[in-house]
Design a protein around this ligand. Structure first.
Ligand SMILES: [Fe+2]
Length: 335
């Protein structure tokens, strides 16, 4: 059974027109827009739908506020879709559409769905890097870009009330693999049909971070581009278009090694340009990030105050998780 990744994201927003404008400038390929809906489709075939937060078609869930109000996971075959639906239905109620799409709430109240996904393979060719003594690009300049065009949806992040308790449903009903465990912060997990380090991050809603208030909320989506140049061309274009500037600016996470650039998003939370993240398979051994700040940021342009002192280099393999990505039972105090 393989879930390939995110097939569709449905946002519920305050201003459909403004949010559609935002994602057009962000670089998502627009398929259709009206007063009621914006629809974008990325190169891999995944969809981003913008609707009013008051649209009656949005599922009722535990999620508070604007942002992604349903995430539809894409399944490789119709047969596997039925197996997953029957597995999910053992634990929660499942509603089916005429086209076979399944809708449900996870036990922690996240609105999800399943649908067959004819994912289009996306192949990119980043410019080669030169470094002292290593010439990979001779008499050839890097490509000059004018716009960023995200090609894939890499991951989604929700804040949840108890990430330890929220993860087993993803593992046991949807076959997600544990990638990494960040103490006090959350759990990174990937679909079984993708190599992306994580398809979802369950973030601790009780952390004293901006925008977190202990409630289940949408946090951000990572939209994948090719390389650092595409990230920064996109960021500069968004600034020229007058959208709110990034707080952190360009940076790289240590967990998953990915370059990031978060932008405040009128559709809720943030929209993240991402590139150069780690790719995993089932031989990956999940890690226990003892010092969360160490894992969070490797480097960043606008360094937050909590990084004024170098964080402790504390990380180890996750006990009990080796070798197949099965996490510990409910983790105890200090986790
Ligand atoms: Fe992210």
């Amino acid at each position: 059974m393989a879930i390939l990744g995110i097939e569709t994201l449905i946002y519920g927003v305050d201003d459909v027109g403004k949010c559609t404008d935002f994602f057009e400038d962000f670089g998502l390929p627009l398929i259709d827009r009206s007063a009621e809906r914006g629809l974008f489709r990325l190169a891999e075939g995944s969809n981003v739908v913008i609707r009013s937060i008051n649209d009656p078609s949005l599922p009722t869930s535990e999620v508070k506020g604007i942002g992604v109000r349903e995430v539809i996971w894409g399944v490789d075959t119709a047969e596997n879709l039925e197996q997953l639906v029957s597995n999910v239905a053992q634990e929660v109620e499942v509603r089916r559409d005429a086209d076979g799409t399944a809708h449900f709430l996870t036990p922690c109240g996240l609105p999800m769905g399943l649908r067959v996904f004819r994912r289009v393979p996306v192949v990119t060719a980043p410019d080669a890097l030169n470094s002292p003594g290593r010439v990979n690009r001779l008499n050839s300049h890097r490509r000059w870009r004018t716009r960023a065009v995200p090609k894939v949806i890499n991951h989604i992040v929700f804040t949840v009330k108890d990430f330890d308790a929220s993860f087993p449903f993803l593992r046991d009903r949807l076959n997600f693999r544990l990638s990494d465990y960040q103490r006090g912060y959350g759990i990174y997990a990937r679909c079984d049909g993708t190599g992306n380090h994580h398809s979802i991050f369950l973030l601790n809603a009780k952390l004293p971070l901006p925008g977190l208030d202990g409630e289940v909320r949408f946090h951000h989506v990572n939209y994948g581009v090719e390389d650092i140049d595409e990230i920064m061309v996109g960021a500069n274009y968004m600034q020229r278009r007058g959208w709110a500037k990034s707080h952190l600016g360009l940076g790289r996470h240590r967990i998953d090694s990915a370059l990031f650039f978060y932008l405040p998003c009128p559709a809720g939370g943030e929209a993240e340009y991402g590139a150069d993240g780690d790719q995993l398979d089932d031989s990956w051994i999940p890690r226990d990030w003892v010092e969360p700040g160490f894992g969070y940021i490797f480097f960043v342009h606008n360094m937050p105050a909590f990084l004024d002192a170098e964080p402790a280099w504390e990380v180890k393999y996750l006990d009990g998780a080796v070798p197949n990505g099965q996490p510990l039972e409910k983790r105890g105090a200090g986790a």
